[in-house]
Write a protein that binds this ligand. Structure first.
Ligand code: GLC
Length: 493
């Protein structure tokens, strides 16, 4: 079975968050279960830095509205794997400091950039003589792909390639003014309520949901949540309509890339056998790095996050002065995003210099040292399609304290509900009272060393590899191929 991943980002070539990590880690696991998988992604600025093996595979011809664009197709290998990656080299569209937005907000040509990715993926077989059985599109930037496939005129009897759309985050939909539909070169009939039209606008993710053979979300709980009015960001009707073709598959993590025993970013790598001393040493070094007094009698809580509304850390910032009054703990936060949130955390760090440390920005090494050096890891997300950070934290022996939503529910075993296999704490919501209870519980667990060690071991031993999810995706691909052979026509042509 031949599968082409179509994605705006892939770790380590270009990454803004979890989407890149998944697209970088799932393909090697799919290869291991016998799927011939390759990836196509734009060549963003800096993607090829330090990569030795690369060759030009040909020139892509891409029609965007009336305009014919040419882009070079660069072939390389995903570092550390034998997975082939094709990069779309178009300086005008992709040679930019960031992937989605600049200093003035979202790039104004994001709709065009999205169609360049989809059209390039469809032109690819012409250049390399390898035709995917399944196109696996990720998030809104690749979401127009299923419709583009459905619109291709094929000779009688030829089966079209199947499509799978994975939703990593329903909040980002690719919503544009209706005139932008012109650049798609799709049949006019696709711009209607059963297709790309959403309250008068062009909505790329909705078009993908309507047209894909199969749809996946990145956790089973999120697959249920997205069908409800309150958690669908306006797309529940489409998701309810497609419910029979929708499945949630929990993300794994790359257990080699995230291995506390062999992590060169850590001052004292540790395994299950050496966790107690290892974490102590990591904490000591982290305190020094962050300029926090080393206080081994207090729990150290960590957070590594983008500072957006989704992640709920604003609720924590608001409650923190009171939380600190009632409980004794320290907090280390690494993140960036909303300037308001950055400011409120900086103010808190100034106000409580012995208790709170904030590092604005993103730093992979420091993120790892926070996972390793902290006792608990905070994830008060308002919604969380899957969440990878809590899984990284668990692997590094930091117990998650998280809201009961999406993939957090599917990955964390709460102490009250699962006393025998607990690996974290789940909050019923992120209101101040719930945060208080959770922080009090965390301090109590920390004070009971045996319980802390027991939960820590459970967290570190959690099975989080990509093997099982890869098998589930392989099933979804088969299922999508069956559907495309039964239903070769476009959904709403
Ligand atoms: C998005 C989601 C996150 C998920 C990740 C990878 O970033 O917000 O919950 O883990 O995609 O699927």
């Amino acid at each position: 079975m031949k599968v082409l991943f179509v994605s705006p980002e892939v770790t380590p070539l270009a990454r803004t968050g979890g989407l890149g990590d998944v697209v970088g880690a799932l393909p090697p696991a799919l290869k291991a279960v016998g799927v011939d998988v390759r990836i196509i992604c734009p060549l963003h600025r800096g993607s090829l830095d330090g990569l030795k093996s690369k060759r030009i595979a040909g020139q892509l011809r891409i029609r965007i509205g009336e305009r014919l664009c040419f882009a070079r197709l660069v072939e390389t290998c995903l570092p550390g794997t034998d997975v082939t990656v094709y990069l779309i080299e178009h300086k005008g569209f992709f040679d930019r400091p960031d992937i989605y937005a600049g200093s003035k907000g979202d790039f104004p040509d994001n709709a065009e950039r999205s169609f360049v990715i989809c059209r390039a993926a469809i032109d690819l077989p012409r250049l390399i003589g390898w035709r995917p059985d399944v196109y696996h599109a990720h998030d809104w930037m690749a979401a127009a792909l299923p419709a583009c496939l459905n619109a291709i005129k094929r000779p009688e009897g030829e089966v079209r390639a199947a499509s799978v759309l994975t939703i990593h985050n329903l909040e980002h939909q690719g919503s544009f003014s209706p005139e932008k539909f012109e650049i798609s070169n799709l049949p006019r009939s696709y711009f209607q309520m059963e297709g790309f039209e959403h309250y008068g606008r062009l909505n790329l993710l909705k078009g993908g949901i309507q047209h894909a053979d199969k749809i996946t979300t990145v956790s089973p709980t999120y697959a249920k949540e997205v069908r409800t009015e309150t958690q669908s960001h306006g797309l529940h009707s489409s998701l309810v309509y497609r419910a029979a073709d929708l499945v949630g598959i929990l993300n794994g993590i790359d257990k080699e890339a995230w291995n506390p025993g062999q992590d060169s970013a850590l001052p004292h790598p540790f395994s299950l056998d050496t966790v107690e001393t290892g974490k102590k040493e990591c904490r000591k070094a982290l305190s020094q790095e962050l300029n926090l007094p080393y206080e081994p009698s207090l729990p150290l809580l960590g957070a590594v996050s983008r500072l957006y509304r989704q992640k709920g850390l604003d609720a924590l910032a608001g409650a923190l002065p009171k939380l600190l009054k009632k409980n004794d703990f320290q907090l280390a936060l690494l993140g960036s995003g909303d300037p308001e949130q950055e400011k409120s955390f900086s103010n808190l760090a100034n106000r409580f210099p012995d208790k709170v440390s904030i590092h604005i920005g993103f730093d992979d090494g420091l993120a790892r040292r926070i996972f390793a050096g902290t006792d608990f890891f905070l994830m008060p997300s308002r919604f969380e399609p899957c969440g990878l950070a809590q899984q990284y934290a668990m692997r590094y022996g930091s117990l998650p304290i998280a809201n009961s939503t999406g993939g957090l529910v599917d990955t964390i075993k709460d102490l009250n509900k699962h006393p025998k296999s607990a690996n974290g704490l789940l909050l019923p919501n992120i209101e101040e009272a719930s945060l208080h209870t959770a922080f009090r519980n965390a301090c109590n667990i920390f004070a009971e060393e045996k319980k802390l060690q027991f939960m820590r071991r459970n967290a570190m031993m959690r099975e989080a590899s990509w093997k099982e999810p890869a098998e589930s995706y392989a099933d979804v691909y088969k299922w999508a191929m069956e559907r495309s052979s039964i239903n070769p026509k476009a959904v709403c042509a």
